[in-house]
Design a protein around this ligand. Structure first.
Ligand code: NAD
Length: 490
């Protein structure tokens, strides 16, 4: 057994190894802007070997049929992840810039519960359903359905919450009986490699069932989107890349399962007497993962008559967010992932100002942090939903505040987006909140601060936020085919 935090290796056909030729690429720590270490830079030959191994493991081993083995392997993984939580946290602080507080929740700790939940689901799942006897065109027939794993899954993941997303992609696929090639984002290679290493060193996973390949080239995983040996492309990332992947998959009609971007609303209804709680949630949402979260609520809708009051309360809360070294337990918000991501955020804020918005707080790099890719939590007011900053996913700690006249207008603004991933609604009357929430076309909705994230809750988007659902029973069944049987009934 070796440490997870050093000697990062690919997992191909059961072997933990360097890339062919030994090439590596730098992993940059976004807190310092300096090289934290290296990761293997897989070649095309490594990718081919990984995919061949996954195909062979699916076609030629008993993995797809052996539920007991799968459950055992996932429980072994659960133990291993929990035993190595501290190292996973160190990696996540280093390569994501995620503060310790976020590692204790969404970045590292909470995702661990996903493993046991899917092990239990695989164990108790009704793989076969009896449809009974029916008079058919050919006489009485007994019919039944069996569910089978879809086959080889290509899992392509982003950098913002990599432990969670790698686990949420790999574990349900394996629980269902699929084999997997995981291609993590080049910005956060170590979390994916650590998952591969834990499987290889601590579980009875057969060779080839999970393969993990990292590469410097962002588009390295493109070969997985066009190869007919892949049965399902499970992708999380930007809507733009999702479109490309879906177009590439069309050639072989490969099934795609897409978790994409969002521009979700945080809607404060008129009946909220005290805006304090709603303002606090709006502000915290911006700080989580430095605003680099697809499901974050980045458009806050405030009743016109109380717009100033709402804006001031949110700005006051945002100014309490401590930005700095993610390894410091007092830090709430760390850096953005790259210099390019910060440039992008700065461009959006300047663009909003050019279109007539005003910066209420933030809008610049913190003066006291001269290394790394930090940016202050930023609130923009005077924003209309037509502005670019209200329509496009900024993926940084920027919240836009939009006034509305009544519920109908709030719903219209919420739905005036290509996205439909998440949302939050605040009301002193839960029935009012639910009635309005039902009118918003989005995949998840929090009412008065309720947290929906859990292994049994399906997550995914309407419209251009994606296709399909991750986690929960629905997420499991994305990885299954249905086969229907019939035989003459005597
Ligand atoms: P991205 O789309 O640039 O990259 C995501 C992954 O796809 C990376 O592994 C990247 O290397 C790979 N990739 C890029 N181009 C590819 C191509 N042509 N073929 C195959 N693979 C390719 O996204 P990102 O910048 O890494 O992540 C940020 C985006 O992800 C945001 O838009 C965010 O909203 C979205 N996201 C969505 C969810 C969700 O569940 N809906 C979760 C997290 C992030």
């Amino acid at each position: 057994m070796s440490s997870l935090t050093t000697n990062h290796r690919l997992l191909i056909d059961g072997q933990l190894r360097a890339a062919t030729g030994g090439a590596t690429f730098d992993n940059i720590n976004p807190t310092t802007g300096q090289v934290a270490g290296t990761a293997p830079d897989a070649t095309a030959a490594d990718g081919e070997e990984a995919l061949s191994a996954a195909r062979r493991a699916f076609d030629e081993t008993d993995w797809a049929n052996d539920v007991a083995l799968r459950v055992r392997v996932l429980r072994q993984l659960d133990d291993a992840l929990r035993a190595h939580e501290q190292e996973l946290t160190e990696i996540t602080v280093t390569e994501v810039g995620a503060p310790l507080g976020s590692c204790a929740t969404v970045q590292v700790h909470e995702p661990l519960a996903v493993v046991e939940w899917f092990a239990n689901l695989a164990e108790s799942y009704d793989w076969s359903t009896d449809l009974g006897v029916r008079d058919t065109m050919g006489g009485p027939a007994r019919r039944w359905i069996e569910r089978e794993p879809i086959g080889v899954v290509a899992a392509i993941t982003p950098w913002n919450v990599p432990n969670h997303i790698n686990i949420a992609k790999v574990v349900p696929a394996l629980a269902a009986g699929c084999t997997v090639v995981l291609k993590p984002a080049p910005e956060t290679p170590w979390t994916g490699l650590a998952l591969g290493q834990l499987f290889a060193e601590h579980t009875d996973l057969p060779a080839g069932v999970l393969n993990v390949v990292t590469a410097a080239d962002k588009k390295f995983g493109a070969f997985l989107t066009t190869d007919p040996r892949v049965d399902l492309i499970s992708f999380t990332g930007s809507t733009e890349t999702g479109r490309r992947i879906m177009a590439a998959a069309a050639e072989n009609l490969t099934k795609v399962f897409l978790e994409l971007g969002g521009k979700s609303v945080h809607l404060i209804l008129e009946d909220v007497a005290d805006m304090g709680l709603a303002a606090a949630f709006a502000a915290i949402g911006t700080g989580v993962v430095a605003g680099q979260g697809c499901a974050l609520t980045t458009r806050v809708l405030i009743p016109q008559a109380r717009y100033e009051e709402g804006v001031q309360q949110i700005a006051a809360m945002m100014s309490t967010i401590t930005v700095g070294d993610p390894a410091d337990a007092a830090t709430v918000m760390g850096p953005l992932i790259t210099a390019a991501q910060r440039d992008r955020v700065e461009g959006y804020v300047q663009g909003a100002v050019d279109q007539g918005a005003t910066i209420v707080c933030g809008g610049k790099r913190p003066a006291d942090l001269d290394s790394g890719f930090f940016y202050e939590p930023t609130l923009l007011a005077g924003v209309t939903n037509q502005m670019t900053a209200a329509q496009e996913e900024i993926f940084g700690p920027v919240l836009v505040a939009i006034p509305y006249a009544d519920d109908d207008e709030a719903v219209a603004i919420a739905n005036d987006s290509i996205y439909g991933l998440s949302g939050a609604i605040f009301s002193d009357d839960p029935a009012h909140a639910l009635a309005v929430a039902k009118r918003i076309r989005t995949g998840t909705m929090s009412i008065n601060g309720g947290v929906w994230y859990a292994p049994d809750v399906p997550f995914g988007g309407y419209k251009q936020s994606g296709l399909g659902r991750e986690m929960g029973l629905a997420g499991f069944e994305e990885h299954l085919e249905i086969k229907s049987y019939s035989e003459p009934a005597s």
